[in-house]
Design a protein. Structure first.
Length: 186
């Protein structure tokens, strides 16, 4: 009788991707109006081993919920995050938060970010930037948080919730996230 040999057992280890996501997209009530922008498509299309960690830069920099709506304004070549009604400059709060975040190890092993479109903190190339004097939209740009991360970590893929709905962009995001060496100490 022939001896049967079992084929070697191959164990494929799946890398768990740590993805930072705007908290409002994960159903948290962190928006300026006290609401959420829960994004069920995030899980519907994520056929991947991933951990989604919420982040709300506006809340984490010390702003309350609800809070005054904010826009980005350009003045003398600098971008400021200011309250729509009060014109209070909230940029220093965000800059302090970003500096403290860099000094902490609160968030580690990030392979990608999914952020809220058109947000003054999280928008990715789709946030209106207004002229401070005229109030007219000058151009579209990134929110302060998204811009900081894109400049500091250009290898980490970023995608907005709106771009995530486009299959080609979503697939490209996940392909890049799988290949990305996680950043540590964000």
């Amino acid at each position: 009788m022939p001896v049967l040999h079992a084929a070697p057992l191959f164990v494929i280890s799946m890398k768990t991707l740590s993805i930072l996501v705007s908290a409002c997209l994960l159903g948290e009530y962190t928006r300026y109006d006290g609401g959420t922008k829960e994004f069920p498509e995030l899980l519907q299309y994520a056929n991947i081993n991933a951990i989604f960690s919420p982040i709300c830069p506006e809340l984490e920099c010390g702003l309350p919920v609800p809070r005054e709506p904010m826009n980005l304004y350009l003045e003398a070549g600098e971008t400021y995050m200011k309250g729509v009604q009060s014109a209070t400059d909230f940029s220093p709060l965000m800059q302090d938060y970003l500096a403290k975040m860099m000094d902490s190890n609160r968030i580690t092993d990030i392979c990608g970010l999914i952020l809220k479109a058109r947000s003054p903190s999280c928008g990715i190339w789709d946030t209106p930037i207004y002229d401070l004097k005229s109030g007219e939209v000058l151009h579209l740009g990134s929110g302060l948080f998204a811009r900081f991360l894109a400049q500091r970590y250009p290898e980490i893929p970023l995608i907005s919730d709106e771009d995530y709905l486009v299959p080609e962009k979503r697939d490209e995001f996940w392909a890049k996230a799988k290949k990305t060496k996680p950043i540590s100490g964000l």
